[in-house]
Design a protein around this ligand. Structure first.
Ligand code: ATP
Length: 412
């Protein structure tokens, strides 16, 4: 712990310092000042007191906002929380009830200052899923989920694709070492900005226009993110990542594709040690199910990233196994399982909680708690191997029981 200096200025009944406005007794105790009564006395009497103290405290707890949301989000997120607690991670979790129930109760999707509050008061967000058949317009899901991604500018959607056990992959002869890649999806542009409109609606002449927004800044930062990710992350077996593949449809979508092409060329030129590759999205989909061995880091736009990461989830055991992070480096980022709210299976205690649990591990790793993250990943691997899991991946347990098994393993 480094030495810190605290400036205390008496101000009526309270003391204000460089740290924050604090209760004087708590402040003196917190910084373990020998004669704290006299320090407070001086502060009150003289109006100004300056002293140094050694900070004996641990770094502040990381603050996590938890938004379970709708459907199976309400079932899998409690399991992830159990596992986080069992890992001993030094975090403080606050739960928010944003979702369909609240929307149907009072018409509120996210509070007016909700996204600013999340960015200001929390280090990370753990979200479940949004979408409920009772809200036909899906407006709440759009405003909450896309609100977080767009308004908090979480531009990199990072979706690791790892096969934990050969039995989970529908492809013949594919081993865990063969599937260890990551899809990095641009998260704030493309067709998901909802730019466009419908004209002559409801008539025989109806026209629907959905704009595909691609900005130089947006494309460049996601491509850069992919190269930096490649440099900074290793594969599960410790070997370095070596290739970034940009996926587009530039032969047909020439305007946006042209921008992606020339930005990718420029940025890849700055990273000569990384192999730069390109595939059209249709060819990539075919290759992913023929032989996924060659993939390493894939970077693509919002829509292709959405589609190919669901396809890739199929290689690792289905949507119930896939984790993701919505990241803006240096800012509060949001972590969510890849799956949606899955209304057909909601409320039945059958949803696989492992994707949400792996998402929690990803979040802890992002916050610097790598030991806790590795402990959780090891327990999930064991659950998969021992079939202590839900039916979708060959087990017999319910959502709660599978979560409890992992939590118990992590806590040992
Ligand atoms: P969204 O558009 O919100 O991403 P989606 O259309 O991709 O949602 P999901 O809600 O993710 O659809 O689920 C589709 C189907 O996949 C579900 O009905 C269910 O059968 C299966 N599924 C998804 N998540 C899980 C899970 N955690 N455990 C088991 N099955 C799941």
């Amino acid at each position: 712990m480094g030495a810190i200096e605290i400036l205390i200025i008496a101000n009526g009944g309270e003391i204000q310092g460089g740290l924050a406005s604090v209760d004087p007794v708590a402040l003196a105790r917190r910084y373990a000042i020998g004669n704290w009564e006299s320090a407070i006395g001086n502060a009150f009497c003289l109006g100004l007191c300056y002293f140094s103290a050694v900070d004996t405290q641990k770094p502040p707890k990381k603050r996590i906002a938890v938004i379970a949301g709708d459907g199976i989000g309400q079932e899998v997120i409690p399991q992830a929380l159990k596992v986080i607690r069992a890992s001993g991670a030094d975090v403080e979790m606050s739960e928010f009830d944003w979702g369909a129930d609240r929307y149907l109760r009072n018409g509120m999707t996210a509070p007016p200052d909700g996204f600013a509050m999340l960015g200001r008061d929390f280090d990370a967000i753990l979200a479940g899923a949004f979408g409920d058949p009772r809200v036909k317009s899906n407006i709440h899901a759009k405003e909450i989920l896309l609100g977080m991604r767009f308004k908090m500018d979480l531009y990199a959607n990072v979706r690791p694709v790892r096969l934990l056990d050969a039995g989970l992959c529908p492809l013949k002869g594919v081993e865990p070492k063969d599937v260890d890649f990551v899809v990095i999806r641009e998260n704030t542009e493309g067709v998901y900005t909802d730019a466009g409109g419908v004209f002559k609606q409801g008539t025989a002449d109806e026209i629907a226009i959905q704009e595909d927004i691609n900005t130089r800044q947006g494309v460049e930062r996601i491509v850069r993110y992919a190269f930096e990710y490649c440099e900074q992350h290793t594969k599960r077996d410790g070997s370095p990542r070596a290739r970034v593949l940009m996926c587009d449809k530039s032969n047909a979508m020439t305007h946006a594709g042209g921008l992606w092409q020339h930005v990718f060329k420029e940025v890849s030129g700055e990273h000569p040690q990384i192999e730069a590759q390109h595939m059209y999205v249709d060819a990539l989909c075919m290759q992913m199910v023929r032989d996924p061995r060659g993939f390493d880091v894939i970077v693509t736009n919002n829509m292709f990233g959405d589609i190919i990461s669901d396809l890739a989830a199929g290689l690792q055991g289905g949507l119930g196994m896939a984790a993701s992070g919505n990241i803006h480096p240096g800012r509060t980022s949001m972590f969510e399982p890849v799956h949606g709210s899955a209304p057909p299976i909601a409320g039945k205690n059958v949803a696989n909680p492992l994707g949400a649990i792996l998402t929690a591990a990803m979040m802890l790793g992002h916050l610097g708690m790598t030991g806790e993250a590795e402990k959780i990943e090891a327990a999930v691997l064991e659950a998969v191997r021992q079939r202590k899991s839900t039916q979708d991946i060959g087990g017999t347990l319910g959502t709660r029981e599978a979560g409890e098994w992992v939590a118990e393993k992590v806590g040992k």
